[in-house]
Design a protein around this ligand. Sequence first.
Ligand code: FAD
Ligand code: MLT
Ligand code: ZN
Length: 466
Amino acid sequence: MLLPRLQQIVGAAHVLTASDATAPYLTDWRRRFTGMAQAVVLPAATSEVAAVVQLCAEHGTPVVPQGGNTGMVGGATPDPSGQAIVLSLRRMDRVREVDAGNQTITVEAGCVLRSVQDAARDAGLLFPLSLAAEGSATIGGNLSTNAGGTQVLRYGNSRDLTLGLELVLASGEIWNGLRGLRKDNTGYDLRNLFIGAEGTLGVITAACLKTYPLPRAQVTALFALDSVRAALDLLSLAQSSAGATLTAFEFFSDTCLRLVTRHFPDRRSPFSESHAQYVLMQLSDHEDEQHATGLLQAIAERALERQLIADAAIAQSAAQGHALWALRELISEAQARAGKNIKHDISVPISSIARFIDETDEQLARLFAGIEMVTFGHLGDGNLHYNVNAPPQLSEQQFLSMQPAVYQCVHDQVVRFAGSISAEHGIGQLKREENARYKSAVELGLMRAIKRTLDPLNIMNPGKVI
Ligand code: FAD
Ligand code: MLT
Ligand code: ZN
């Protein structure tokens, strides 16, 4: 019998079966997927995770690892069969070590991202991974989805920020690979197999992460522009002027801004008129506030001279900076409040972004009358959140039934522009069929061979990714 044995391992209080207790774990953040589970199990230590997984392997019980449940592709939601257990890592939230000399921080998988940023800052270090869900997303989920966020432009994504992993394999064995080495060439890159695997190869229980020196000053500005092309020209101006000091370059359309100010009335645009596009730019400087502000002002002046921008609002305080960031970070939440949407998390070569948007907007408008495009994203990474809001005349049901056709149109365009159908959110269950449509037989074969080898019983998050 599985349940009594699970209770023996983690304690009866940490094996949830009552529907009101398990409900928050069984529906994803976008409310697109709801599953069932025998139980939600909350281990407190790696040894308990290992014992739980080993027990599930003996029973052939699927294990769905879960962190903050903020994933966008249904990767942490079990299927409706009720066979699986959800393994929540939330209780494993200790910061195990901060090594300022090695510029590393070692944390457990259930640590919420913001708590890791805070622990690093308390030690005078920067852990740069940053995304709008950082108040609930966990390190385990970040690594498992190879999360990107707003600082990838300067520091890379989760994979780039990870030096070592501790994890539990599908057999229940523990792999302690928590080395904090920047160079370690001793065979296959095992660590990076599990980063981005979305819980389908093993359970991440801890990670050794890179940190950086804290910048002495961070300055933020919001620029108003008339076209995507101008935003791309502003990006190259900022990169050539600021170099590594440029740490964020987020782009969003006026539709996005209006969604945020409509659903969050306390938030408002710093500009008296509306403009077609906006860019939120952040510089992180190791000199001082004056140098950083001077650099940002020089970029704004050069951009005005070249008529790239129509207006600029440079934050004069940290509070003003946070207010500008909120206009960008609340877009997802605002779009969710506006109703169901069809999301794309795509990447194309930066040089193709303007053409991709023009051509694909035009195709979608022709095929799906009345839709509203909600386009924003991490422009410096070539990563667009190219989302579609429902036409007013359609019911949610009718709109969501359009998803396969909308996906086909957008993803065919992405492939035509040599892009990717998932830049940072992963595949989960949402894009499994789409991924199979575009991945070559060789790539799918390689991924299946790895899955069969590492999870021969197919108990690790089955039905996700491949
Ligand atoms: P969960 O949703 O709990 O799980 C995600 C996946 O990881 C699942 O497949 C799950 O099985 C697996 N998993 C979780 N923990 C473990 C573990 N310990 N071991 C093995 N597998 C595990 N994502 C971005 O990349 N960039 C963004 O800018 C961004 N912005 C967002 C903004 C909002 C408002 C929201 C709601 C989400 C955003 N996301 C973004 C998506 C989401 O926050 C990320 O995918 C995040 O990394 C998920 O972390 P989580 O702990 O919530 O994972
Ligand atoms: C973001 O950049 O805000 C996210 O990836 C979330 C989204 O696509 O909604
Ligand atoms: Zn994003």
